[in-house]
Design a protein around this ligand. Structure first.
Ligand SMILES: Cc1cc2nc3c(=O)[nH]c(=O)nc-3n(C[C@H](O)[C@H](O)[C@H](O)COP(=O)(O)O)c2cc1C
Length: 403
């Protein structure tokens, strides 16, 4: 049996597979069962200090799509395949006093498993920043091995909380720094994918001192409308609010977000989440540079904590290492990040005919003569043209010049 263990942010994981912060990790019994089933680590359901009251109705449902039909629906349909999860569940309804003795018991029962506590507070005042510190201290004193800062819950009305922090680079940095002031254990920041360039917020939490970035939380989304009743398929008294999409549908978009960050910070630590059920899915995140991955939706649908999912992930990694033993690979580190550099600008992809293409800019040549047809004079100042603004005719931003 190959060695599946890995060291991530200084913590030794038996295997790189974690249950993410969500219903599978909302109770002591679930987390104990998860460790017994073989998960290398868990991130607890997010713990906070503010009032939490969930909606009066189902908090999570699953979209399915039919092989025979083109439906994407929460209704039961034949030959259905899982499309995604949709939820508008808030963080743990249990207070920190409820969690502390449970974290202690879990850690005592499973000293070699990694227990990460997810925490969340506001950011609108010094008192809120102290709340982050209160939560951090309580969880680390209870024996948590690491902290995950929830900067990404997509359904918070409070402007200073959840993904509203994750959308603001300055707040990302401030909150992370506040926790780092008191933390003696590694701090991971979980970012929202709902931003233009997630590498900006990743840079901010790293500047704040985070040991790792975690992504993705669920994507902001709505349930679909039933064409017969004209009601949202999940609603309370006919009303709905934005919720979060997870599961298979988000794998490719979550990978794109992750690649933005791992390319910008190739030497930093990342934990990948989004749409993982099998090792084949997880492999994508590892090849982009992630050192661990986390799972929610598929575990929810597998006896609440994913015993079959983790068995498959561990077997898949073992088989993959075995299959690639001839390359000298013995552990995750030997192949981590090896496909990160394959993601390039569209203009760097080979064209079918022998024609120059400059990403939509007018032609340019490095010898200063310009190219035919555009009247360009090969202005040297092109080298310093900003990438964000369209370049003047005949000029190119850095990175587009051809040798
Ligand atoms: C019902 C539900 C509750 C969740 N609660 C939390 C939470 O409390 N804290 C958190 O950081 N993420 C939470 N998440 C997000 C998941 O941890 C995960 O980031 C997301 O579902 C994407 O992973 P998946 O595609 O494997 O589902 C929740 C997700 C679901 C479906």
């Amino acid at each position: 049996m190959p060695d599946l263990s890995t060291v991530f942010t200084g913590l030794r994981f038996e295997n790189p597979f974690l249950l993410s912060s969500a219903p599978p990790t909302e109770s002591e019994s679930n987390i104990m069962r998860a460790f017994d089933a073989g998960w290398g680590g868990v991130v607890s359901k997010t713990i906070g200090l503010h009032p939490v009251v969930n909606v009066a109705g189902p908090k999570t449902k699953f979209f399915r799509t039919g092989v025979e039909s083109d439906a994407i629906t929460m209704r039961k349909i034949p030959d259905a395949a899982l499309h995604s999860s949709w939820n508008w569940e808030l963080i743990s309804t249990k207070p920190i006093d409820w969690w502390v003795p449970r974290l202690m018991r879990i850690k005592a029962a499973h000293p070699t498993k990694m227990l990460i506590a997810s925490i969340m507070a506001g950011s609108g005042s010094d008192e809120e920043l102290r709340n982050w510190q209160t939560l951090a201290i309580a969880c680390q004193e209870a024996g948590a091995d690491g902290l995950e800062l929830n900067l990404s819950c997509p359904h918070m009305d409070r402007a200073d909380m959840g993904s509203n922090i994750g959308k603001d680079a300055a707040l990302c940095s401030t909150v992370t720094q506040a926790v780092k002031e008191v933390a003696t254990i590694p701090v991971w920041s979980k970012l929202t994918p709902a931003t233009g360039d997630i590498a900006v917020e990743a840079g901010a939490v790293f500047r704040g001192g985070a040991e790792a970035v975690v992504s993705s939380n669920t994507f902001p989304s709505l349930p679909v409308i039933d064409p017969d009743t004209l009601e949202f398929e999940i609603n309370v008294d006919g009303l709905v609010s934005s919720g979060g999409l997870g599961g298979p549908a988000i794998l490719p978009i979550s990978l794109a977000k992750m690649a933005q960050m791992t390319k910008a910070f190739p030497d930093k630590a990342f934990s990948g989440i989004g749409g993982i059920t099998t090792f084949t899915h997880a492999l994508n995140y590892f090849l982009l540079g992630c050192g661990t991955v986390q799972v929610c939706t598929s575990a929810m649908l597998d006896k609440a904590i994913g015993p079959n999912v983790i068995a498959g992930l561990n077997a898949g990694l073992a088989e993959f290492l075995d299959h690639n033993a001839h390359r000298g690979w013995t552990c995750l580190e030997d192949f981590r990040g090896m496909r990160r550099d394959r993601i390039v600008a569209n203009s760097q992809i080979r064209r079918p005919v022998d024609e120059d293409y400059f990403g939509g800019y007018e032609g340019y040549s490095n010898d200063g003569s310009g190219t035919s047809g555009d009247g360009a004079s090969g202005d040297d100042s092109a080298e310093s043209a900003p990438t964000a603004a369209p370049a003047a005719k005949g000029t190119l931003p850095p990175g587009f010049a051809r040798s």
